[in-house]
Design a protein around this ligand. Sequence first.
Ligand code: TXA
Ligand code: MG
Length: 355
Amino acid sequence: MSPHRNRRTRVVRVDRDHPSPAAMADAGAVIRAGGLVAFPTETVYGLGANALDEEAVHSVFSAKERDAGDPLIVHISSVDSLVLVTDSASPTALLLFQRFAPGPLTVVLPRAAPVAPPVSAGLPTVAVRIPSHPVARALIEAAGVPIAAPSANRFMRTSATTAAHVLEDLDGRIDLVLDGGPADAGIESTVVSIEGKTVFILRAGAITAEEIATALPAGVTIGSPVTGSVAGSPGMLERHYAPRKSLTLVRAPSSLGRAALARELSTAIAAGQTPGVLVLDEDAATLSGLAPLIRGHLGPESDLGRVASRLYTAMRDLDRSQATELFARSVPPGGLGAAINDRLTRAAARIIGPE
Ligand code: TXA
Ligand code: MG
């Protein structure tokens, strides 16, 4: 048995808003001893290790079976702790943290020497985030060190938004899961890098491009969002955040997409399949006559916050169901729609247009 497969994984329930000091002291001690602790954040569950301990960081990669070329995000509890992880944060970086921290924004900064190099996958930079979730904050405080934490899922799978999802992927590979209930947003943080007067969105996420734009001073602009694998955003693999079953994504404006989705499902059913579909409330009536069909409910596209919070749970539920293949359609692209469509696109094995 390889070393990352023979850990006994303890699960400790903690109150989301008032985690018990004893439980957090225990979890902090596990981190300081080089162990791995999964914990809830306001985005998704993270898999934490001491960011200053090279061995501990290596074990994050092996537990997840994550590619060593995909760098991790370091979590700190306040702007004051930035000095622990970076030697120079630009005025724009500080302004973004002042506006959005604590919260789901990750900023790529020059890496300070104490941060274990594998955190950054060999890059001279480090991605930093100051989470707002009380359990995440209490864990960082109790550990007394910056915490490197990718999403707590196996590599290439959808992020975990509950303790049960974490166990599905990582039971027996990590030391502790702090079960603080479902993560809040359900979709990961927005990752940005700053070059001169341009802010690049490397990964769309829980903070929207529109929100970032309103926070920027005159003269600083947002560069076009980067998709696919490009220099400067390693780990942004095309096929990522994926269910095990093949997902077909219909990418089209809502009414055309709804009709195309219904056609795709009918074709699959006629071919003897039992399709699984991510259903927006607005599509429920159109899809109501189709059978056999397994539905994963996302809520209304008029409330993308709810869709984001349901997305990974619905995908995992369909993955475990009797469905033979999966289908979804894109949502309107504004606001959180950018992050939702990005994850659907990365999850998809096949993408089709409206015609
Ligand atoms: O919401 C989140 O961000 C969650 C919670 C746990 O904080 N974390 C998360 O981590 O989603 P992860 O490892 O699944 O995704 C982090 C992404 C990497 O895939 C990579 O693209 C980008 O952040 N990243 C990390 N370090 C970077 C760096 N130095 N330069 C550019 N991109 C980086
Ligand atoms: Mg991830």
